[in-house]
Each structure stands twice: as structure tokens, then as C-alpha cells.
Design a protein around this ligand. Structure first.
Ligand code: CTP
Ligand code: MG
Length: 221
């Protein structure tokens, strides 16, 4: 079984608010991107990696993969305007004989073999995808533009989902080709009637959005 990972790192990181893209924000000594790259490279589940870099940052991204000795990185391509477009750019580099594709956010640096194993398992049982998720802990409110709460949303059955997300390669390819935008790949597969399941996520798969998140992840590392 050949497992390809698409590592999407092409976002601007507007909410982090640095001069450079989020993938090149410092996590300790190294750029943030180094951490998930190293971890995917070392994972025994991953055969090959496509890196999707911020447009104009392909060269530093390639240099970084060379410095880290990431021999599994087969291609480095510039991303698109949206996350879905960036995944499409990465998928274009995944060969037709790939069996499974894992899509992972570079903004979630602390990816582990344990979570990769959990998302891969349901694919052998016929699922069209598997994503890590954590049950929502807070009470959820829908709030109107003037700040008035309009609804308390029952939290039963609600999950916050993370990456890596795993799909049979043909399923993801077709879902991406159908077009559309979504904040994760599972939504594109679901929209075409695909059956996607949730497996236990990991609180340490926190996505770096703000400077606070960077500090937390640096401490966990
Ligand atoms: N991403 C991408 N291409 C885009 C947008 C996002 O590859 N056009 C990637 C990001 O690099 C990140 C992941 O998708 O690894 C999740 O996106 P997010 O956390 O929203 O990152 P940014 O879009 O960079 O941050 P912001 O929304 O604050 O600008
Ligand atoms: Mg974004």
C-alpha cells in the first residue's frame, strides 16, 4: 500500500500577523514547517510527501527539506488562494498508483504515528475517509451580529476535527476535482456522499493560529 502525505503549508497566517508566512514562523530554533516535515519523514506509515509551500517561498521550503534530509519529499509546489486549492495543487503531484492520501496541516506541527495509524485503519474497513476529532467540551452558542445569543446548540455528537485526514486516493481525487471550497477535505468527500468517520484526535494536534498557540506547542514539543 502506498501512502502519500500532502503537507499544506501555503497559508498566509494572517491571524498570527508576522512578516513571513506561518510555516516560517519560529518554533524554537527552526521554522514551524520543520517539525511536521521531520515527523512525516520519520513516520513508518508514510511513503512519500508532497509539500505545498506559500507562493514565492518554494525555494526556502526546498532548502529546508534538504537541510532536514527529507528524502520522502517528492515535490514542492506553490499553494493556491484557499486551502482546498492548495490541496488540489498537492494532489496534482500524487501519482495515479498512490493508494491512500493523508492530508495534513503544517500548522499542526505535533503529528504522531499513533494518530496516523488511527486514521488509516478505517480505510481498510471500506470507509471513504477518516479524520481525528475531539468531542466539543464547551457550551455552544449561536450569536447574532449585535452580540445577542440566538441559540444554544446542543453539543451532543459535535466534534472539533483535526488533521491528518486519510482518504483512498481515488476518493479524494474525485472530491477535489468536483470543485468547491471547504475548511477541510472531509467536507468535500462528504458533499459527494462519501462516508467519513471520526477517530480519537489528540489535544496536542492543536493548530497554530495565534502567538499563544506557538508558545504552547513549543512547550509540549
Ligand atoms: N493553507 C494552505 N493554503 C491556503 C490556506 C491555508 O495551504 N490558501 C494551509 C495552512 O498553511 C495551514 C492549514 O492550511 O497549514 C490550515 O489553515 P489556517 O490555520 O487557516 O492557516 P492560514 O490560512 O495560514 O492562517 P490565517 O487563516 O490566519 O491566515
Ligand atoms: Mg486560513
Amino acid at each position: 500500500m502506498s501512502v502519500w502525505a500532502i503537507l499544506v503549508a501555503a497559508g498566509r497566517g494572517e491571524r498570527l500577523g508576522l512578516d513571513q508566512p506561518k510555516a516560517f514562523a519560529k518554533l524554537g530554533e527552526d521554522p514551524l514547517l520543520a517539525e511536521p516535515l521531520r515527523r512525516l519523514e520519520e513516520s513508518s506509515w508514510v511513503d512519500a510527501i508532497v509539500l505545498v509551500a506559500p507562493p514565492g517561498w518554494e525555494e526556502p521550503a526546498i532548502l529546508l527539506t534538504e537541510e532536514l534530509g527529507c528524502g520522502k519529499v517528492n515535490a514542492c509546489v506553490p499553494g493556491g488562494e484557499t486551502r482546498a486549492d492548495s490541496v488540489r495543487a498537492g494532489m496534482a503531484e500524487v501519482p495515479a498508483d498512490a493508494v491512500v492520501v493523508l492530508v495534513h496541516d503544517a500548522a499542526r506541527p505535533l503529528v504522531t504515528d499513533a494518530v496516523i495509524e488511527r486514521v488509516l485503519a478505517p480505510l481498510s474497513e471500506g470507509w471513504d475517509g477518516a479524520v481525528p476529532g475531539l468531542p466539543v467540551a464547551d457550551t455552544l452558542k449561536r450569536v447574532g451580529p449585535d452580540g445577542t445569543i440566538t441559540e444554544t446548540v446542543p453539543r451532543e455528537g459535535l466534534y472539533g476535527v483535526q488533521t491528518p485526514q486519510a482518504f483512498p486516493a481515488d476518493v479524494l481525487r474525485a472530491a477535489l476535482a468536483a470543485g468547491g471550497d471547504a475548511t477541510d477535505c472531509a467536507a468535500l468527500v462528504e458533499a459527494r456522499g462519501g462516508r467519513v468517520t471520526v477517530v480519537p484526535g489528540d489535544p496536542q494536534l492543536l493548530k497554530v493560529t495565534t502567538a499563544d498557540d506557538l508558545a504552547k506547542i513549543a512547550a509540549w514539543r
